[in-house]
Every structure is written in C-alpha cells, then in structure tokens.
Write a protein that binds this ligand. Structure first.
Ligand code: NDP
Length: 328
C-alpha cells in the first residue's frame, strides 16, 4: 500500500525529504506546501504541485502523513500542534531543552483528533538519541559522550553573519581527536567544553571592514564562541562559494561502561555518522519514520511519539519475515 505524504516548508530539509522520497517506493509525494508565493518555487520532482499553506485544509483526506520542515526556533512550536489536528505529522524539532513542552502540546492536539504525531526525528535528536538509550540500557554503570562534526553549524554561521562588517560566513564544529581517543580508550575522562570541540570559521568581509575587530568579536561572543578555541580565516566570496557551500555534518555517540561483580571489565560502544549532506541524511531518517507512523495509524495508534516509542521493524519496507531471514 502506498503512503501519501506532503512536505510542509521547502528549505534545506524540505529538499532533503524530496530527495529521500525518490528512493522510497512505498511513499508518494502528493504536494509541497509553502508560506511563500508557490509560483516562486521550483521543485526537483516533476508533476508535484506547490501549494500555499492557506489551502492545506483541502488536502485533509489526500495525505496520510504530513512531513513538517519548518525551523525549530519559531516555526515548529506553532506548526506541529496546529497541523496535527488535520494530519498525521512528523517533525525534526531539535531544541533539546524544549522537547518535553513541545511533546505535551502536540500530544494534546493529536489525541483530540485521533492522529499520530512523531516529533524530533533526525540524527540529533533521532539516531543519536536511540544510540544513547540502547547504550544506557545495556551498560548501566558508565558514562556518555557526544561529539559533533566535523560539520557546518547553521546557528553559528548565522551568528557570525550578524556581526557588523561581515558579508558571509561558514562555521565548522570540529571534534578534538585526542579527546575522542581518550574516550575510546575506556579511561572515562572528564572533559570540559573547550577540550571536546574547536570552532573553525571562514569569513568574508565587507569592503573597508576591520578584520581584527571582527575576529575579536567572533572569539569573545558569549555562548557561541567564548568557551571554545576558535580559528578565524578571512577568505573571498568566490572561495567560500567554491569550497564551503555544502552542508556536511556528523558526529560520535559513545558510552564507556563497566561490568562484573567488582566492575572489573570495561566496554566501549561507539556510533558515528559522517554525512556529506545533513539535510539529505535527516530527510532519509524522517522518511523511514513517516513509513512507521503511517503503519501505526492504520493499527489505530494515536497521540505524540518520539523515536523511543517506535519498534525498529516499522521503519523498514521489508516484511517481518524478510527481516528475520536477512537481518537478524
Ligand atoms: P531552512 O531555514 O532552510 O528552512 C526552514 C523554513 O524556512 C522552510 O520550511 C521554509 O518555509 C522557509 N524558507 C526556506 N528557505 C527560505 C527562503 N529562501 N526564504 C524564505 N523562507 C525560506 O531550515 P532547514 O531546512 O535547514 O532546517 C529545518 C529544521 O530542521 C531546523 O530548524 C532544525 O531544527 C531541523 N533539523 C533537525 C535535525 C535533527 O537531527 N533532528 C538535523 C537538521 C535539521 P516556507 O517554504 O513555508 O517558506
């Protein structure tokens, strides 16, 4: 049976979902919804309409799962509860501290209308969260570590672009290899923020801007850079366009733990991702979870879920029999 999906919001993630759907034969893209003028957007997929969000209600019975691709800061807290009254929905909400509040709002809306919603799908939160949970359940005596990168942080790149005199910027978060090795050795090191990651910035200056002043403003910016060793490289717009337009990312989730009556044996669990395209990988995770929630909805399940609540077999297009024969 084909699951009919919509994409709500067409930015980096919306385009990533569109690409992942191309290779999901059991899912069909019905329409893309936008707050902008629909005629201003051109999709990469032929034959799929771009529709104004004002007309979304008319798709109520034409879409099985609406995939929400708005930003976590202001779009999703508003869009996910509202749309879960009309559709089964999935989002990638990644403001970790606000997930409990977002869950409660979405759960109330989805339950009231017998829909299922899945929030915070992606890789962090998402695949990293699952790996933290598995590792904690298996090794209760242990310590967790998460490293990010090397990858582009949109938030940090935006923060640099807001500085006076900056025309454009790209910021990479980089894990410190010696810290990773210390964790892998099982020595359970205590690591400060500065000891885990560095920040590498490529900045294009506006004409006449004071490079030393911009560099100082970046390096002393509270929350974003002041707690890290930060390197600032000034480059031309051409070089930035040529070498730094992609959105790579990734990271490592590790748990080092002990077993034995006297905790004499050590174990290290490591899960790592190296992503050429953060939005395309995130889109691929979301598409697998969209399949899962469509199936759960058909079984009569409703309310808000996270990746913790979905049994793994629901993610795969293969049947239980095929999975047991090939992957167990
Ligand atoms: P974008 O800023 O590219 O897009 C967000 C929204 O902004 C879009 O849905 C779109 O809505 C609007 N928009 C996009 N481009 C333009 C434009 N040129 N002009 C005006 N509006 C535009 O964000 P991303 O797609 O990169 O990320 C979306 C969210 O995904 C992030 O906030 C992040 O929280 C989450 N995410 C989660 C991950 C995870 O692992 N859980 C990983 C990566 C991202 P509209 O079409 O309606 O205008």
């Amino acid at each position: 049976m084909t699951t009919r999906v919509g994409i709500y919001g067409y930015g980096n993630l919306g385009r990533g979902i569109e690409r992942a759907l191309k290779y999901a034969e059991d899912l069909e893209l019905v329409a893309v919804f936008t707050r902008r003028d629909p005629s201003s957007l051109t999709l990469s997929t032929a034959g799929v309409p771009v529709v104004s969000v004002n007309d979304v209600e008319s798709y109520k019975d034409k879409i099985d799962v609406m995939i929400l691709c708005g930003g976590s800061a202001t779009d999703l807290p508003e869009q996910t509860p509202v749309l879960s009254k009309l559709f089964n929905v999935i989002d990638s909400f990644d403001t970790h501290a606000k997930i409990p509040e977002h869950f409660a709002n979405v759960d109330a809306a989805a339950r009231a209308t017998n829909h299922i919603a899945l929030i915070s799908a992606g890789w962090d939160p998402g695949m990293f969260s699952l790996n933290r949970l598995y590792a904690n359940a298996v090794l209760p005596n242990g310590k967790d570590y998460t490293f990010w990168g090397r990858g582009v942080s949109q938030g940090h790149s935006d923060a640099i672009r807001r500085i006076e005199g900056v025309a454009d910027a790209r910021q990479y978060t980089c894990p410190i290899e010696s810290a990773l090795e210390a964790v892998r050795s099982g020595s359970n090191p205590e690591l400060t923020t500065r000891q885990k990651h560095t920040r590498l910035c490529y900045v294009v200056l506006k004409e006449g801007a004071d490079a030393a002043k911009v560099e100082n403003e970046i390096k002393t910016m509270p929350n974003y850079f002041s707690d890290y060793d930060t390197t600032v490289n000034f480059i031309s717009q051409e070089e930035l366009n040529k070498n730094h337009r992609g959105l790579p990312h990734g990271g490592f989730v590790l748990r080092s733990g002990k077993t034995g009556f006297n905790l004499e044996n050590n174990h290290v669990i490591e899960y790592s991702l190296k992503l050429d395209s953060n939005p395309e990988f995130t889109g691929s995770v979301i598409v697998a979870y969209a399949r899962a929630i469509a199936r759960l909805h058909n079984e009569g399940v409703n309310g808000c879920k996270t990746v913790f609540d979905i049994a793994p077999a629901y993610l795969s297009p293969l049947s239980g029999e095929q999975l047991r024969a090939t992957m167990l």
